[in-house]
Design a binder for this molecule. Sequence first.
Ligand code: ZN
Length: 140
Amino acid sequence: MPPAERPQPTAFDTLVTALRRLPGVGPRTAQRYAYHLLQHDREAAESIASALIAATMRVRHCSRCNTFTEHEVCEVCLSPQRDPALLCVVETPADLVTVEQTLAFGGLYFVLMGRLSPLDGIGPAEIISSNCWRGPPMAW
Ligand SMILES: [Zn+2]
């Protein structure tokens, strides 16, 4: 092999690199997870791999509120019990779930998907003018 040629990463290296893409997971933690899954819990490793593939194939964005759903429109948007005059704008689907768990809000949502970033010049106006919002006009 010529000296300039790099060896191909091993499957283990590729797994560690993939795990490092998770938030808060550095190289040592990624390596620890990889060793754990391969050494002690291969069944969990296969389960996680299958679940990730299924989720990435089936989960998409609700065409109305932008949250995650396996349908064209999510259950919240379809519910006749929700008050369409109330709108809660949240950053992520996890935020939507947190608000839902309070049982204190009966309106609809719009999920920004973390796109609001004033330092990068992405504010509410940019979100609204993008392709996301399909509801009534919002006043900011
Ligand atoms: Zn929805």
